[in-house]
Structures are given as C-alpha cells and as structure tokens.
Design a protein around this ligand. Structure first.
Ligand code: CA
Length: 224
C-alpha cells in the first residue's frame, strides 16, 4: 500500500510518513501543492493525504485537478479549519474524506483503511526479495522452511531495505524513517543492520546487507 502525503509543514509531513511506515505502508511526502499534484498524477499511489492550506496550489485545487485528469485515487483532506464551508468545498471538489488537524495516529490509520477498503484493495501482507519473505503481520523473516522473528526496529529496517529492492538506502534515511525525531544516532542503524545480518545468516538466506561506504546499505544476493 503506497501513500502520498502532501503537506507543507515538514515536521507534520514527516511525522505522518513515520506513522504510515510504522503501520507497514509505504509513504512519500511532497511539500507543496504542485509537486503533490505531479506525483499523484504520475500514479502508483493507493491514497493521498492532502493538506488544504498549501503554498502555490491549495489542496482543493489539487484534488480538483486530479479528478479533472481522470484520477480516482482516494483523497483524505487535512484541514486546520473547522468551518463547515471548507468541508463541503473539499468533498465537492472530489475528496473522499477529510480530517481536522490536530489528529491522533489511530484516527489517520482508520480513515485510510476505510478509504482504501472502499477502493477494494487488499492489504499487502508480505514483502519478498530474492529468497526471503517478510510477514508484515507477524514480523517473521523467512527463507525456505526457516524463519526468525524480528523485533520492532529490526522489522522496520528490514521492511525498508526489502521494499527498496536493490536500491541503496542511506543511514540517514533509515535513521529518520525508523527512529524519527528520537535521540538515536547512526550507531543504532549499524547495530540493527548487524542484528539483521546475523538473522539472515541464521535462516540460511543468500541475501546480504552490503555496506556502501558513504552511501548506505543495499540488499544483494550472493551465490554459494
Ligand atoms: Ca499547510
């Protein structure tokens, strides 16, 4: 499940991305209306979380343009305003639901579940890469008949690496997506990558987490 977040307050945008990733969604943020519209029109998203008050092009215009271009992607509008007129305008412009800021993470997730259910999609229940599978519900990492349970942070790091296929993921990216605004340092990332390497070896996978100096990590498949 791939979610686009369009919100110009970077802290809030990044917090929403973090909440979504914690719930095993893939999420990407755009920080202004035009970039958000371009990304949403490019497709590949199962839902868009869209702020109304945006620089350049506001959220109502974005959703209007999306519908005008034939996109039916579900849109959840965020608004700091509680005026009935904004909600009516939002829904009239083609949004599917709206949520007033500030909101709690469970409400955001519940509304997105409802929106994506309406679209008839089935939640992705596992990700796979080469000979390994990661169960998004149980957090078990498997290779053939062997499996091992991943702790919360191990799961999040592995989910990001596997979802990125063979692309390089930087330490800084892992740090901000898994640890958010906490006090963690790049040492934490290294420690968890080291735990994951041991677990990959334990289940007998040919997948290895390769370190690319100054760049980050990438999954690679090694032959015997
Ligand atoms: Ca805003």
């Amino acid at each position: 499940m791939n979610i686009l977040v369009v919100e110009d307050e970077r802290n809030l945008a990044d917090a929403i991305v973090h909440i979504l990733e914690g719930a095993s969604y893939h999420a990407e943020a755009c920080y202004d209306g035009r970039a958000g519209l371009r990304a949403a029109l490019a497709g590949g998203y199962d839902a868009v979380v869209l702020d109304i008050m945006l620089p350049g092009m506001d959220g109502l215009e974005v959703v209007h343009e999306l519908r005008r271009h034939g996109s039916s992607v579900p849109v959840l509008l965020l608004t700091a305003r509680t005026a009935t007129q904004d909600k009516v305008e939002g829904l009239d412009s083609g949004a599917d639901d709206y949520m007033t800021k500030p909101f709690e993470a469970p409400e955001l997730l519940a509304r997105l579940r409802a929106l994506t259910r309406r679209k008839g999609d089935v939640m992705l229940d596992e990700v796979s890469f080469a000979d390994i599978r990661l169960d998004l519900a149980t957090h078990d990492l498997s290779c053939g008949d062997s499996s091992v349970h991943l702790s919360g942070k191990e799961f999040e790091v592995m989910n990001i690496l596997m979802s990125s296929s063979a692309r390089v993921v930087s330490k800084q990216d892992l740090l901000s997506r898994v640890w958010g605004a906490s006090e963690a340092s790049e040492n934490s990332v290294e420690a968890y990558v080291s735990f994951l390497r041991k677990k990959l070896a334990h289940i007998g996978s040919k997948v290895q987490i390769t370190t690319l100096r100054m760049l980050g990590y990438r999954l690679e498949v090694f032959a015997d």
